[in-house]
Unconditional design. Sequence first.
Length: 654
Amino acid sequence: MLQFQSLSVQRGGRYLIRDASLKIPDGQRVALVGRNGSGKSTLFSLLLGELTPEQGEYNLPGGTRIAHMAQETESTSRSALDYVVDGDRKLRDVQRRLEAAERIEDYDTAAKLYGDLDVLDGYTADVRAEQLLAGLGFKPEEMHRPVSAFSGGWRIRLNLAQALMCPSDLLLLDEPTNHLDIDAMVWLEAWLTRYPGTLLLISHDRDFINRTCGAVLALENAQLQLYSGDYDRYEMARAEQLAQQQSLYEKQQAKVASIHRFVARFGAKATKASQAQSKLKALQRMELIAAAHVDSPFDFEIPASDKVSTPLLVLDRASLGYGDVTVVKGVNMTILPGLRLGILGANGQGKSTLIKTLAGELPLQAGQRTTGAHLKIGYFAQQQLDYLRPDDTPLQHMQQLERETDGQAREQALRNFLGGFAFDGTQMTQKVADFSGGERARLALALIAWQRPNLLLLDEPTNHLDMEMRQALAVAVEQFAGAVVLVSHDRHLLNALAEDFVWVRDGAVRHFDGSLEEYERGLQAEIKARAAGGKAAAGVETKAIKIQQIEKSPEQQAADRAEQKAQEKQLVSLKKKAATAEQTMAETQAALAAVEDILGDSTLYSEGEAARLEAALKEQATLKSQLDEREAGYLELLELIEALDSTINSTLMR
């Protein structure tokens, strides 16, 4: 059990943690949350023995093995595979000693070391490392490339794989999802659910926290407070505290109203049943979640251009790539005003290539790109921070933008606008070179918003942003009156903003007629198929083929309509099943809430209560697993009911 007793930590004369006392049971999965600069990474440094507290202490059981994810990777000629196996330091030590013993023909020592190698599963080390690399998106031929050949983002993945390779009782992960696509995140979530030790995780991705953690450790105003439950439950608890402050009520209601408007607009589309169900399910808890952010320092909007063209942008039979290398081809895409489009696909498949081409940053290899007369693009690139001038201040960036566009805005108007992005008077005149990644990202977004675009192209805009800024960005983009095309690994943002999806894979851009949950379930099916040695998955790939058949084959559409009577019978049966499933799910939710209330009792963590605590944690894990299963089944029934309703109604109207 990890214990803090009257712990206080300072950095630069400022308390980051003051007088913290709490206990984290063995095997618990805890998300450490707080605003950028609050001290989360400092707490990790303390646990790793790199810092000493100002006062108080922390205790870990003797012999606790700690694994952590490094944030920097040295350039080395070691292969990716060897680098990952290096994460098991004890194994590498045995291998080195074994090699030395064999070199001097010390066979007695060698025999003992072979036994140690067997205990450490040394004979399967390379296979286990290959599985980790494959799960994180590395191709077989890339596993033997030197580490120095990979970009920064892929080196971070190697650091993550190395941490997972290390046998541990306590696993410390600092922003493990920053450079992962959704495919790799789904794999990592599955891996972490099987991890037997204690997990302490820093992340700004609420969906990732919800899927991997059963408790939240909040670091705010130098205070540490442990909440039972996932991130949504933490936000609700925090919202209840904040909602008692009457002065915040009006701002809270404005944010809630914006969420309601989005759901109303999204749910009106009969062809988008699955997305609408996801939105409506999320709305049940949205009011309290929004309330948890009413004290956010960010308060901005993204105004749209008064002029608009229909269409804004068209790609016709386009081939996209770099030089002579084609990444995707045969792309037909029309961007209309008001479009909300999410781009799905694994890293390296061409998502950024597509969005760069839409932005006009990348010339076509073939086909046509046609722009509307009044098209005005606001483009946030993955490398957007590199375009900022390090020796200039935020105010100078805004003033330069005004000069380039012949604007007449006064300095005070520019200062007021930057204030909405939480830049105070001092920061407005501070050099960008001194800013953190999150502060630079906020400035880049402010510059885009000031230009009043009618098409937002956002390529991973949430990298470096904390929870508060992500929430503010989601609200601002939802209220934006123009069109939006979004690439993001933040599933909360995709779920909140995207009404349609395209999927970039195997050199093509396909329409994905389903929800983000369906996409994830397909990825999970692929992961299981690979683990079982299957050649193909029945999930996402099958769905894509089905979509192509529907779009390309009128005969198939006619056959579907001919099955109307059978579908009507199915509909009655499915509605009965859905009612039963809803009741079962409600009972499971009530049981889980009761267990989590028990876990919220501080007396449960006192001496002599270990058996009761262990039983409660096991019951919580079982109920959460059951609830996830039952929710997935219930959603599948709802989606099928909506799809059948839509098909039957459209047939009757013809």
